[in-house]
Design a protein around this ligand. Sequence first.
Ligand SMILES: Cc1ncc(CNC=O)c(N)n1
Length: 228
Amino acid sequence: MERKEDRGVAVITDTWLRKHRLIYTGATRHPFILAIRGGSVNISSFKRWLGQDFIFVRAFVPFLASVLLKAWKESDDSSDVDVILGGLAALNDEIAWFKKEASKWGVALDSVVPQKSNLDYCRFLESLMSSDVSYTEAVTAFWVIEAVYQESFAHCLEDGSKTPEELKETCQRWGNDGFGQYCCALKSIANRQLEKASDDMVAKAEANLLSVLEYEVDFWNMSHGGAV
Ligand SMILES: Cc1ncc(CNC=O)c(N)n1
């Protein structure tokens, strides 16, 4: 299919990514990711990230369920529900994977204390679950959240990366082609919704994109340890 950009029509999400390139790069090329890619990552940083991300992913389940509900109520295209349901199914596997990975690294998930950046991010997710928040806003935020992980971990698998063997499975989880296609599907949904949205809603969705990028940077920052 001919892409909108080929016809000279700007795609909203691409315009945003160009406009907010610096912060987007800050989220997708964070020092933690660059350390994984360069093979110099500190394993205690990795374990800290693993424990915190498990907490985040658990909070992501009800968020996804709320996006699913909004899609069912508000979307004109029934295939949106299928895409989001696929995401929920993957999340179920992901939770099992976190438990397995944590036991491999000796991380006791039950005793991980959520740090402030994590709690703040989870609270933001919760605010998007409100029925006052439109499907357009929620699905746009959802796409950004997934895209950051996809771009970050795919970078660790590119030619020339020195990712340690024992971390490759983690990178594959979000960096694989299937996850990339899923992110593209979410992006198309977001664009389709944004094109027919009011200016006010588009402005809110853009503000959410920036919030997600800031939360993601803060999330990666937790891997350094230090302040809780
Ligand atoms: C902080 C954060 N952002 C995005 C993702 C990716 N989505 C689901 O796994 C994640 N696991 N954690």
